[in-house]
Design a binder for this molecule. Sequence first.
Ligand code: CLF
Ligand code: SF4
Length: 424
Amino acid sequence: MDCNCSKIDNKNKISDVMLEKTKKHPCYSVDAHNKFARMHLPVAPNCNISCNYCNRKFDCVNESRPGVTSEILTPKDAKIKFDIVKEKIGELSVVGIAGPGDALENWDNTKKSIELIRVENPDIVFCLSTNGLMLPRYAQEIIQLGVTHVTVTVNCLDNKIGAKIYKYVNYKGKQYALEVGAKLLLENQLKGIKLLTSQGIIVKINIVMLEGINDHHIPDVVKKMKELGVFIINIMPLIPAQGSVFENHPQTNMKELTKMRDICELDVQQMRHCKQCRADAIGMLCEDRSQEFSNKIMEEEVLKIDEKQNVKKLKVAVTSKNGRLVDLHYGHAKEFMIYEINGSNFSYIETRAAEKYCLGIEECDEEEARRDAAVNSIADCDVVLTLRIGDNAEKKLLLRGIRSVIYWYTIEQGLKLVQKEMAN
Ligand code: CLF
Ligand code: SF4
């Protein structure tokens, strides 16, 4: 089947750049679905609404099939995983954030993850999926961030129907139940979608088809979405999730679903190749490779990379008066700030008391026991980063395998110097 991208009668103006990107998006372009791969980053664990078809033990049902919840990644780990996946899957064209909760309810993680990847990968298409509650709040930031494709789940336009689908909505610190919550959610969805489409963002609408609840109403939803200029509609079957309010609700009949898509196709093009994939799905839509990149395997991969780069973790004892600068003589230190350097990263671990042994004379000749106490307190360290140090103390440290690095300025810059010196 050909990609329909260029034939779409959207009211909003979609630029050629956006259409080109869309041709590489396996969900938005049927022609791309077996040529390009997508990768989901499971960085969004929290959700702000309660859908009756959802069991929080599973990934967000608005975009996924109920199953085992994906493991959460930090933005930094998501970037590492992306780098590894990109190296192994040449067809990778899209990075999406689709849960396991709501991408916008976890905005800081969503934003950070995309920022980290985008810097080095300007050609990647960024995509996210949301229930739409926070869209008016974040639409502008989404656009600025470089996200070009957004999926919003809109199940109805009617508050009474909404009350049968949503138990509550948490918004700005308050909880709104049933019809009131549904009204708020719907208003924000419509406002947010308009904000996106009017600025050329490509929007896909997911609708979960619920027998006897919203099925008769879906054509109206699609007509409204057409008016708002959405690009494509994905009517999804309900797969009742165990433990959810709808666990005994009938599964959507696939014949009825096809009929509904045929009816709605007259207004907006329909997605018919959705795989309801996991929040950590990786690969072509028809071939999920997420198991190849499970967290355990990723840890091993990272270890291999570290070994390859001969990266060794280093512990550094820093002498500082104010906790920001390396501005204290080793012999005057009453305590040491301990940092760990791991590859190009470093982190503060703790502050340790050290018995002060020098009374102010640079070539300190205080009694051995007090010097030994200071060395003992940092015996597990590889380096001392200090403003100055006497020869005797330096030798004593060296005998224990601890190198001294003399430096004056910020701790951060000093640690970078240690990294550099120890790498040579
Ligand atoms: Fe992921 Fe969703 Fe983006 Fe695709 S999935 S955030 S639009 S990159 Fe695709 Fe998976 Fe169906 Fe979603 S097959 S569930 S439609
Ligand atoms: Fe569950 Fe997704 Fe609904 Fe949130 S938006 S309650 S995660 S189905």
